[in-house]
Design a protein around this ligand. Sequence first.
Ligand code: SAH
Length: 293
Amino acid sequence: MTDKDKGKRFPLSLSSLSEKPPRSGLRSELHRNLSPARIATPQTATQNASQHVKRPTAPGRPQEAVRPLVPAQPGRSSSLVSDAVRKAMTARVAKQGVKDAKVLAAMEAVPRHLFMEPALASQAYIDASLPIGYHQTISQPYIVARMIEVMRDNGNGGVLNRVLEIGTGCGYQAAVLALVAKEVYSIERIKGLHELAKSNLRPMRVANIRLHYGDGMLGLPQAAPFDGIILAAAGLEVPQALLEQMAIGGRLVAPVGDRRQVLQLIERVGKFDWKSSTLEDCHFVPLRPGTIA
Ligand code: SAH
């Protein structure tokens, strides 16, 4: 990130990008129609389905009240997708084992199809990751929900004041995070994707996301400590800088590995103490150092 960029763009408040003042972005209902085509696509950033143990809980509807994110100008969104399609996706995620009602409600509230190119929007709610350009992907709905659920299971009733996401991509997971945390910081190393996330999120008027262009392996010391950190890309280990930027009691969820990857939970239990546990297999795009202009 150059100094010029810093001054101009970062940290970026999405509300500061809105042409109109924030108003009812979270309020109105979505009334859309879409029949998603079931097209097989390459899978990246997915949980390993064969490893997955299904649990019998399948709440039909999340119980928590989370208002849907709605674009300021409905545009292409209005005719594309119905609440029912997203509800079906959320019910499937619940069936796959995600139990946290607040996370399920957030998944139901974010119009995932608006984070994809129009040509792929009809596939937005299938159980897969999908390309977003620059050889990167939007993560599979299950794994997005699962990581946030694990981060929220913090012994503090799920309260998250400040969270950090490494790997903004198209901005989808940041939008879901914005509904469960007070402040969301998200870093992307590819300038084009950082810009894409900005333009995807701008019409949704999410006031509590700050997008940064930079190397997420360095974290964001100026905004630390974080109650939760989520990595949306897999490294061979979790960068030390991120461990140091966790609040005591904070939780970091990250895919770790190369060809075989596992979801790792790291809890900071003291100033000099971290506890690590391994959750399940997964498959993410790689975490890479540096930035791409
Ligand atoms: N969070 C996205 C997933 C994006 S895929 C979603 O909602 O679907 C993972 C992203 O991590 C890619 O965009 C990739 O460019 C980014 N990434 C990889 N290494 C990074 C790093 N060191 N810092 C910041 N972003 C990184």
